[in-house]
Every structure is written in C-alpha cells, then in structure tokens.
Design a binder for this molecule. Structure first.
Ligand SMILES: NC(=O)c1ccc[n+]([C@@H]2O[C@H](COP(=O)([O-])OP(=O)(O)OC[C@H]3O[C@@H](n4cnc5c(N)ncnc54)[C@H](OP(=O)(O)O)[C@@H]3O)[C@@H](O)[C@H]2O)c1
Length: 246
C-alpha cells in the first residue's frame, strides 16, 4: 500500500528535519525541501523519502516542488522561515525585514497556493510554523514579529476561505526552541550571541518536541482541525517571563 505523502519545507535543519523524521516514522512518504540540497538528500535517504531543492522565495523552485508532488498531497508543513537580526525598529535593517517577509510570509503563500489543488484532491492538512512572535511583540523582534503576525493572519484567512473544502489548516506557534539554526541565523553565525538566547534555561523546547506536535496534529481524525497550538517550554511562562538559573 502506498504511504500518505507529506511535504516539509525547510527540512534541512532543526524543526523541519525533525518533523520529516517523525512523519516518516508515522508512515508518511516525505518530500524534504530546502535550499541545501546535500542535507535534504541525506535526510531523504535516511527516511526513505525524496529530496527537492526548493527556495520557497523562488517561483522556479516552487514549480519544481509542485512537479515532484503530482496530483495528490496529504500534508504540507510550511516550516521554512527564520529571523534575521535583533535591532530596534529605530535602526531597522530594511533589507533584512524584506527578506523575513519574503521567506516567512510570501513563501508560505506561494507554496500553499501552488499545492492547494493537490491538497484538496488528497483531503489534506496544511500546517504552518508560526511563532509566539506572531502573538506578542518583543523589543528587537520588529521585523520577525511583524512577519509572524502576518503568518497568523494568512492562516486564519485561509481557514475561512477553505471552510467548505476537505482541507484542515493549523498553525503551530512555538516559543523558545533550541533548534539547530534559528538563533545562529538571527545573529549571523555569532555563536556566543546565539547561546545567550538560551542561557540558564533548564530545558528549552527541542526540534523533536515540535515535530511530535506536527505529527500529532496531522494524524488526528480527518474531521478534527487543531486551529492553533501555542507551545512553550515550562520555563517560559510568557515571552518576557523566562526562568533562568545562572
Ligand atoms: N527556534 C525557535 O525558537 C522557533 C520558535 C518559533 C518558530 N520558529 C519557526 O520554526 C521554523 C523552523 O526554524 P528552526 O528553529 O528549525 O530553524 P533552523 O534550524 O534555522 O531551520 C530553518 C530551516 O528553514 C530553511 N529555510 C530558510 N530559508 C529558506 C528558504 N528561502 N527556502 C526554503 N527553506 C528555507 C532552512 O533550510 P535551507 O537554509 O537549507 O534552505 C532550514 O531548514 C521557522 O519558520 C521559524 O521561524 C522557530
């Protein structure tokens, strides 16, 4: 019997790679998509899936992804994204803001729009990786907070528009996750700044914690739509309320 088909964007690292592994374990054939082809190829080999080089901001790459999927899709995990910079709005790096909007928002719209016919045919599920940054602002978060608020708006709009279609729409909004690349990307590879994000926090969430939730959301009975799931480590009671032991 053929396996249900899933696409995970940003599958070369962190939450996306973990989600691909968990979904494969749950019985999905996973198309692992990201810009770093070597990484997704290695992962696809490990989980008996497929790899596609896909920058979600490139129309040509998204077209290749659609071709790889074909007519029917059971699950789309829009995970590609990230934060670039931590400067106050007064010093906004506008180019970085544009790139954040491109990957986190336009990327989700481009991939979802293109795969929607296949998702409808497959009576599928759309999962979007939002963030608690899409629910509350924090100093230095400016461009990322704005982008993830937009992601939340896109998810809510999409669910309304698809109300009469056999497609579920879910946003997962994680708080602090110690993933492979998130903080390093935000601080342009500065390891000490990246480490400081998690300093003294006993147990930040892991990529596996989020992958477990992605898989749980996708494997509920077909009539059960988890609209939005907010998840934080126990040590993070709210965006600004983080228990740190020095
Ligand atoms: N870590 C956290 O605390 C946290 C909290 C809330 C939400 N999130 C969200 O979770 C998602 C995954 O982040 P992560 O923490 O797992 O970080 P990560 O380890 O840095 O992974 C980011 C992934 O996104 C991919 N990506 C970036 N730009 C892309 C593009 N233009 N096209 C396709 N793929 C692209 C990267 O792959 P390539 O570089 O190979 O393309 C990589 O696989 C993001 O949407 C992030 O905003 C993270």
């Amino acid at each position: 019997m053929s396996r249900p088909l899933a696409v995970v964007t940003g599958a070369s690292s962190g939450i996306g790679a973990a989600s691909a592994r968990h979904l494969a374990q749950a019985g999905f054939e996973v198309i692992c998509a990201a810009r770093r082809l070597d990484r997704v190829e290695e992962l696809a080999k490990e989980i008996e899936g497929r790899a596609v080089r896909c920058d979600v901001t490139s129309a040509d790459d998204v077209a290749s992804l659609i071709e790889a999927v074909g007519d029917r899709l059971d699950l789309l995990v829009n995970n590609a994204g990230g934060a670039f910079g931590f400067e106050p709005v007064a010093d906004a790096d506008l180019d970085a803001w544009r790139r954040m909007y491109e990957v986190n928002v336009i990327g989700v719209a481009a991939v979802t729009k293109s795969l929607l016919p296949a998702l409808i045919a497959g009576r599928g599920t759309i999962v979007v990786m939002g963030s608690t940054a899409g629910q509350v602002a924090y100093e230095g978060g400016g461009g990322y907070v704005a982008a993830k608020h937009a992601v939340k708006a896109v998810v809510d709009t999409l669910r309304l528009e698809l109300y009469d279609q056999p497609v579920r729409v879910c946003e997962i909004a994680p708080g602090m996750v110690r993933s492979e690349g998130f903080a390093l990307t935000r601080f342009e590879g500065d390891q000490s700044k990246a480490d400081a994000v998690y300093a003294g926090v006993a147990e930040p969430l892991t990529s596996d914690d989020i992958a477990d939730i992605v898989t749980w959301v996708a494997t509920r009975p077909a009539h059960v739509n988890i609209d939005r799931l907010t998840v934080r480590p126990r040590a993070q009671a709210a965006q600004h309320k983080v228990h740190r032991v020095q």
